[in-house]
Design a protein around this ligand. Structure first.
Ligand code: GAP
Length: 431
């Protein structure tokens, strides 16, 4: 049943245009995915909701957008060159490669024995400029966080914030994962949403707890079933090289409980390291006490793609309607890619089509609206249900007479007649 749900979500994503295999016409590039017309809207909505929650609704966080390519010294200072490794083993018989922590002593594929474990750096390497030598090596960032740390003094000088304050960023990160998989859950190119929250060291523990709750509640507010969400503190042996403490927010994916987001206390590790390697002071001057502080950093770090996968799996519902099964994506209203669909009941009646098109054109100015007349009404409703459209507006013969339309709600399928001249106001009141 659990695996079944995953297959159904993957199939709906392809069928309806949420997520496609990358480079499909060439046989696909394994574990790499492209977001289609509905996928990109959903993705933008997830990112917008995050940004609203961590930037616009607070007074203490600013946004930023750093470059993916950074000075190679960044990765020396951050510890990623040395420490961002997984131990891998190769099967001596079938030559398959595994993460050492994910297998016992025999290959799960063929029962063969393994080579000695060796460290494998997860950063994707490239060369900048025409000459490919050690001096032109560059890395695609494995986390967006470092782009924030190296701008710490720029922010102090330009915004003059008081502790505690934070910086928020959304962007692509890259990791040469040894075992990617489970659709968009673990990929080599993915998008992160990260806050780096600078606090006085004495306040770090309290701030970590606050951020765990704040982020947990964001997922709940966007409709994830609370029985599918949990907090899991890390054991000492699984902490990243920079972290003193970390709690994961986990989701009960169709393939089991797995990490959606990690909220870590990175201490002063990063600023201290960048001070040491760059030779630039990265301290905060407390005007009141004249004390120079190296702040601790609390970091809520979530994945855009993983959140989307959780939202999709959670929203996927099959309902029996009369003798049929209705597939509906019960996405939260802020996440639904399309809010309204305008549908003519009879597509061969020009007056109905014309009225429906003019209603759609008017709504489009203020509400994300689509117009669709490419099928019979039953089929059109089914299509909109599967992509999570909140409300369908149907124009019928009677509409030409009484200047009213039928508004159908996605989840309850309840219908109401609304007069066209107050339709926009009515719809806006529904989201
Ligand atoms: N700056 C801290 C950091 O990067 P992380 O736990 O390695 O911490 C944070 O990553 C989040 O980024 C994860 O919780 C996950 O949502 C997402 N993420 C990490 N690796 C990923 C991958 N290979 N594919 C998809 N998402 C990934």
């Amino acid at each position: 049943m659990a695996e079944n749900l995953m297959d159904k979500v993957v199939s709906l994503c392809k069928r309806r245009g949420f997520i496609f295999q990358s480079s499909d016409i060439y046989g696909g590039l394994a574990n790499t995915w492209d977001y289609g017309p509905y996928g990109v809207e959903l993705k933008n909505n997830v990112k917008r909701s995050w940004w609203k929650s961590v930037v616009y609704e607070r007074n203490d966080i600013f946004g930023m957008d750093a470059a993916i390519l950074m000075h190679p010294k960044v990765w020396e200072a951050s510890g990623h060159l040395k420490g961002f490794t997984d131990l891998l083993v190769d099967c001596k018989k079938c030559r398959k490669r595994f993460r050492a922590d994910q297998v016992a002593d025999k290959c799960p594929e063929c029962g063969g024995g393994f080579t000695e474990a060796r460290a494998f750096n997860l950063m994707l390497k490239t060369f900048l400029g025409p000459v490919e030598d050690v001096n032109s090596i560059s890395y695609l960032r494995p986390e967006t966080a470092q782009g924030i740390f190296v701008n710490f003094s720029n922010i102090l000088d330009s915004k003059h914030p008081k502790l505690p304050f934070g910086l928020a960023q959304i962007g692509k990160s890259f990791r040469n994962e040894i075992t990617p998989g489970n659709f968009t859950f673990r990929t080599r190119e993915f998008e992160q949403m990260e806050v780096e929250y600078f606090v006085h060291p004495n306040d770090a523990e309290k701030s970590l707890e606050e951020w765990i709750d704040y982020r947990f509640n964001w997922y709940l507010a966007l409709g994830l079933n609370k029985n599918n969400l949990r907090k899991r503190p890390h054991g000492k042996d699984e902490l990243a090289h920079y972290a003193l403490a970390c709690t994961d927010i986990e989701y009960n994916f169709p393939f089991g409980w797995s990490e959606l987001e990690g909220i870590a206390n990175r201490t002063d590790f990063d600023l201290k390291q960048h001070e040491r390697v760059s030779g630039k002071e990265l301290r905060y001057l407390d005007e009141a006490t004249k004390e120079k502080v190296l702040p601790y950093i609390i970091e809520p770090s979530g994945g855009v793609d993983r959140s989307i996968l959780a939202f999709l799996a959670d929203a996927y519902i099959e309902e029996k309607v009369k003798d049929d099964i209705r597939v509906v994506l019960k996405l939260h209203k802020d996440l639904a890619p399309t809010k309204v669909a305008v549908l003519p009941l009879l597509r061969n009646r020009p007056e109905i089509v014309e009225l429906a098109k003019s209603i759609a054109a008017d709504l489009k100015k203020s509400i994300i609206t689509v117009y669709d007349d490419t099928g019979a009404i039953g089929k059109l409703y089914r299509r909109q249900d599967e992509v999570g459209t909140l409300l369908c507006v149907t124009v019928d013969v009677q509409s030409l007479e009484d200047k009213q339309v039928t508004v159908r709600e996605r989840d309850s399928m309840q219908q109401e007649r609304i007069s066209i001249d107050r339709l926009k106001e009515y719809l806006q009141g529904r989201f």
